[in-house]
Ligand binder design. Sequence first.
Ligand code: SF4
Length: 233
Amino acid sequence: MADFARPGAEQWVPEGGNLAELRAAAPSCQGCELYLDATHVVFGSGSQQADLMLVGEQPGDSEDRQGRPFVGPAGRLLADALAQAGVPGDSAYVTNAVKHFRFEERGKRRLHKSPAVAHIVACNPWLEAEVRAVRPKVIVAMGATAGRGVLSRTVRVTAERGRVLEDRLPAAEDARVLVTVHPSAVLRLRGTPEFDREFDGLVADLRTAAALLRPGGATVPPRRWSSDAPAQS
Ligand code: SF4
């Protein structure tokens, strides 16, 4: 389980806080050890009225230095994908399942290290509070870490991506949830034959999310995932 003993974020999250109150409180969080080495807490960004919420894994190196989500190379790829899907970039609220950058140092470089389940669980009160504050109609969890953060279960991205899941979120019971790949996973394929296919797949999943927000989008039926064959994320 955890390689540390920390209390989780709950005691630092203002009860019933709006986005401004949550954002103001986030830098004080000591819910896990990740705050010790990171430069900034990276809280979500976007309007409290957003109908679409995009959830990623954790901040990267650029995000940690700037204190804003999705401002690095993966963020630029996401912006391209949103544009191709017809989603105005500023219409979505973007955040991460874990709010501090986890990394390991190699010389002067800081290499991304995936958050452990314990970090996702520790940080989950922030994500739940964001969902309660924004009350999005559609949430897109990008990657397995985001999927766990949003759904509190193991998510099989390859098997479950691109469709409305049946899970109901206590924090936003009316929100429809989709899973897709994380933009950084697509970015890693740049220069390979697989890149175009994976990028197009991300765009297609974002189009599905956008369609749910349009009048008539409510007719997109939820599909069951429990009978799917296991797949790697
Ligand atoms: S990663 Fe989340 S729980 Fe851990 S210190 Fe940062 S904000 Fe708090």
